[in-house]
Write a protein that binds this ligand. Structure first.
Ligand code: 5GP
Ligand code: MN
Length: 361
């Protein structure tokens, strides 16, 4: 089992441990629009550091001004987050969790810039290195896997509250162990966390069985307007600002809608768009096959993993669809040439995106 204390782990964590040991004040922050991995891994890391180095002053930061998403408020100590905009300390150490791209720190970017040292625990393919020490393992299913290993390395055993936060991180980032990243290490780590006191049922109850009716009503609209093209290999749907305002849901409640789009049989690539504040559209991209959607996300100004990536782009749903659908189609060029050129109706070239979506509004 990879989650064990051994010489390799000591080597892996040596740099971060040295930074923690020489710091008094430590700020921990994950990415903007935090998900279960961002929230759970950050909380667990803070608890691990407090347990292993009791004299450190550790603060969990939220990168944005929004509160902790409702479905993650059951997590232990989730009420202790401080908004980055309200944190005026210059920390000795700033630890990025579940991100290795500075721009995704939003309001916390300037705290990271003024911190004396910077560390990273992440599992995204990283860009320019801006940290002094860290562990970036794109093969890890979640940042929570790496933090679990760090906790075992630092403490020998995890508390039930650490375990609960970390199990939530792994369950959500693997889509309940259904995505391609659900490898044996994710299962082994989850098993260890359940042994340490984590409750899978409590994670499921709060994250997957606590939808508000308002959300479900909006979800039915999103389901009803799913479109497929490229011989069914690409599926997409969207929620407009008007849909969201009319339903009375918060943006973080919509994070699960991409999973509805990816459910269609034969679909290999799924896209969900939602109109957010400031005339922007947030996109979620998923691949159910070997095709890498992170390149399209990067071209759209975002990033992420091969099979799960995202972006934020200026414009309306119609405008962004018109740009992103041809890029998705081109993913199939070469790998499925009969698909790219197929006369299959609703191609963005054959029909403007506005027409494509108009029929299903
Ligand atoms: P989601 O679609 O759930 O928001 O994100 C899927 C994955 O892509 C996550 O691992 C997330 O961290 C990453 N991701 C989402 N949006 C962005 C973005 O704008 N930039 C980068 N670099 N990564 C993103
Ligand atoms: Mn993650």
């Amino acid at each position: 089992m990879r989650v064990s204390k051994d010489i390799g782990q000591a080597e892996l964590f040596r740099g971060v441990v040295a930074l923690i040991e020489e710091a008094d004040t430590i700020a921990i922050c994950a990415h903007t629009s935090p998900d279960g991995d961002a929230i759970g891994s950050g909380l667990a890391l803070a608890e691990i550091i407090r347990a292993a180095w009791p004299d450190k002053r550790v603060t969990n930061l939220l990168a944005d001004k929004d509160p902790v998403p409702r479905i993650y408020r059951f997590l232990p100590r989730s009420d202790t987050f401080v908004h980055a905009a309200d944190y005026d300390v210059t920390p000795d150490l700033f630890i990025c969790v579940d991100l290795s791209q500075r721009s995704r720190l939003a309001d916390a970017e300037e705290i990271c810039a003024r911190a004396r040292r910077v560390a990273v625990f992440d599992h995204h393919p990283s860009g320019d290195r801006f940290w002094d020490a860290g562990v970036v393992r794109p093969d890890a299913a979640a940042a929570g896997v790496i933090i679990s290993e760090f906790g075992l390395h630092s403490l020998g055993a995890l508390t039930p509250t650490m375990a609960q936060n970390l199990l939530c991180a792994i369950v959500t980032d693997t889509g309940r162990f259904q995505y391609q990243n659900a490898d044996s290490e994710a299962f082994e780590t989850a098993s260890m966390l359940v042994d340490a006191g984590a409750s899978p049922a409590e994670v499921a109850l709060n994250v997957y069985q606590s939808d508000r009716l308002a959300y479900v009503r909006l979800a039915t609209r999103v389901l009803a307007r799913i479109q497929v093209f490229a011989k069914g290999r690409i599926a997409y749907s969207f929620a407009t600002a008007e849909d969201i305002a009319r339903a009375g849901v918060t943006l973080d409640e919509l994070d699960g809608l991409i999973d509805l789009v990816r459910c269609i049989e034969g679909t290999q690539v799924a896209l969900f768009l939602k109109e957010v504040d400031g005339g922007k559209v947030r996109g979620n991209l998923r691949s159910k096959c070997d095709l890498d959607v992170s390149g399209v996300a990067r071209e759209m100004g975002g990033g992420g993993h091969r099979a799960a990536a995202g972006f934020t782009a200026a414009g309306t749903v119609d405008e962004v669809l018109a740009i992103v659908l041809p890029k998705l189609r081109s993913l199939f060029d070469g790998t499925a040439s009969n698909v790219a050129g197929a006369a299959d109706g609703a191609t963005p070239a054959a029909a403007p995106a506005a027409d494509v979506r108009g029929a299903s509004r």
